[in-house]
Design a protein around this ligand. Structure first.
Ligand code: GLC
Ligand code: CA
Length: 554
């Protein structure tokens, strides 16, 4: 069934690093409002803004101390309402980030829970007694160390940082307060939410230890706290009491959901409109939380995972496609192995990939400029708590400091959190003050100077939104096509007797391939030209093309 949000083009904003309107070094809401024309020009129809709520910023806003207030660093509720009005005028909808697995330890509820043992807020969180002077079990939190933090004679549970105590979803009263808060935001007229860490809300109630999986003697809490039986009850209730009533768009952050469970999540009666599938995003590491466990991936591994994701989701629902986000490295640095090819051409090839897959594309700020990872030489230069944890855990696992630093440079979440590079003036058009986090330290990656990558994204977006191929690119059937060359990614999209093929050479060698059908015309190409002779195509390094083919089997 067609839904209103299926042809949206989403742009993700990390507000702290997007645009600083008052020159205090921190991006803000008015900065976003200033840049609406830029987004409109690019062709964006919806923005997802990472958390802007009141927060002590231990995890840059993913630790909320007041759900219904805006953090003063970002501005005020008036600023937000202005953004909502102005964005409506230019046809851009707003998705907010919904963080309801945990709050900040500075949230009123948590403060009251600590102050008064008989307070009802005690049961809004998860408190347990220790065992023989030790924490209740040996689970490791996502940001390292035990999930348990001691206060007085007991412990509270945090799946993430100790400044992010988990809410107790077993408590109906707490859930009702959360639903009321969600509806309060939806009433303001936002289009929906990206929903943070939502698969963590159900914990196995036995809270039992498991065999350790690391040098710290702990074991990742994921086995007992992520996508656990019983979560369906909470997720269905959440949907029915909030999103469903507003026909809101919801995108769940749901790593680790098995394809067998996707129907429950995003099928016709699923909990969410879409979920992010991380199986192809985390191609370079064995697990998104252990950056020292790097993989030796090949293009075919990436391709197989990506195609599997497309095909599985096509059977039941709609994909939320992304190559970057605020937790991932820059895609040019992640997927292009040869530094000399981490350039505009490759950025455009990846743009073709993202924009022609079946589903809603999510473009992360700076991706449309071809931004890349930075290199930092000292752990002190990192802000992200996950980077700092991974650095020390790597060393504990036996790696040298240099090796540890290398892992962090490759994977740090700070890579995508550096300020947006708007131009080449002082402060790169982001801010006149010293930014809260250092700029990226590569000048060759600033493609905004000539707008090359930007213009290419713009072309792709208009091809998807308002060309004769729009319906095809949006609704067309996805089929993977096997080409017998390791670095070639090829698939087709088909709709009402029209058919496109996409070819991407994700490698540094020129390759000759044979297309499955005769090519009618080339629709888009990231090089000046392309050598095609009947079915024979010569693909240059990191070349990407979209071509039309006739839909009969000739
Ligand atoms: C999600 C967010 C990440 C945050 C974590 C805890 O994974 O994307 O940035 O640190 O949840 O809220
Ligand atoms: Ca500011």
């Amino acid at each position: 069934m067609k839904k209103w949000w299926m042809n949206e083009i989403v742009y993700q904003i990390y507000p702290k690093s997007f645009k600083d309107s008052n020159n205090d070094g921190i991006g803000d809401i008015n900065g976003i409002t200033e840049k609406l024309d830029y987004l409109k020009d690019l062709g964006i129809t919806m923005i997802w803004i990472c958390p802007i709520f009141k927060s002590p910023m231990a995890d840059n806003g993913y630790d909320i101390s007041d759900f219904k207030d805006i953090d003063p660093q970002f501005g005020s509720m008036q600023d937000f309402e202005k953004l909502l009005r102005e964005s409506k005028k230019v046809g851009i909808k707003i998705l907010l980030d919904l963080v309801v697995n945990h709050t900040s330890d500075e949230h009123e509820w948590f403060k009251k829970a600590l102050e008064d043992k008989n307070s009802k807020y005690k049961n809004y969180y998860i408190f347990k007694k220790g065992i023989d002077g030790q924490p209740p079990n040996n689970w490791r939190s996502i940001f390292g160390g035990s999930v348990w933090e001691k206060v007085d004679d007991e412990y509270y549970f945090h799946a993430f940082h100790k400044k992010q105590p988990d809410l107790n979803w077993e408590n109906k009263e707490m859930r009702e307060e959360i639903y009321a808060m969600i509806n309060w935001w939806l009433e303001k007229g936002i289009a929906g939410f990206r929903i943070d860490s939502i698969t963590f809300i159900k914990k196995d109630q036995d809270y039992s230890s498991l065999p350790s999986d690391g040098a710290d003697g702990l074991v990742t809490c994921k086995h007992k706290t992520r996508n656990r039986p019983g979560i369906e009850h909470f997720l269905l209730e959440l949907k029915e009491k909030t999103f469903a009533k507003y026909d809101a768009l919801t995108v769940g952050e749901a790593p680790g959901v098995d394809y067998n469970d996707f129907t429950k999540y995003i099928g016709e009666d699923g909990y969410f409109s879409m979920i992010f599938d991380f199986k192809y995003a985390d191609i370079d590491v064995e697990s998104g939380t252990d950056w020292f466990k790097r993989t030796n991936w090949k293009v075919s591994d990436f391709k197989n995972k990506l195609f599997k994701s497309q095909e599985e989701i096509q059977k039941i629902g709609w994909s939320a496609n992304f190559l970057e986000n605020h937790d991932q490295p820059r895609v040019l640095s992640k997927l292009i192995k040869e530094p000399e090819f981490q350039n505009e051409t490759a950025a455009k090839a990846l743009a073709i990939l993202l924009m022609t897959l079946r589903g809603v594309p999510f473009i992360y700020q700076g991706q449309e400029l071809g931004m890349k990872n930075f290199v930092r030489n000292n752990i002190r230069e990192f802000d992200d708590i996950s980077s700092i944890d991974n650095y020390y855990r790597s060393i504990k696992e036996g790696f040298t400091e240099q090796e540890a630093l290398n892992f962090i440079n490759l994977r740090s979440r700070d890579n995508t959190r550096t300020p947006m590079l708007w131009n080449l003036e002082k402060g790169f058009g982001f801010s006149e003050a010293k930014p809260w986090i250092e700029y990226s330290n590569h000048n060759d990656g600033i493609c905004s100077i000539n707008n090359n990558v930007y213009d290419f994204y713009k072309k792709l977006i208009s091809l998807k939104k308002e060309s004769e191929y729009s319906e095809l690119i949006t609704f067309g059937k996805f089929s993977s096509i096997e080409i017998d060359k390791e670095a070639i990614i090829c698939f087709s999209r088909e709709y009402n007797n029209k058919k496109l093929l996409v070819f991407i050479n994700l490698g540094a060698q020129e390759v000759n391939i044979e297309a499955p059908t005769k090519i009618k015309n080339v629709i888009l190409n990231n090089y000046e030209d392309i050598k095609i002779l009947d079915k024979k195509i010569t693909m240059k390094p990191y070349q990407g093309i979209i071509v039309e083919v006739s839909n009969d089997k000739s």
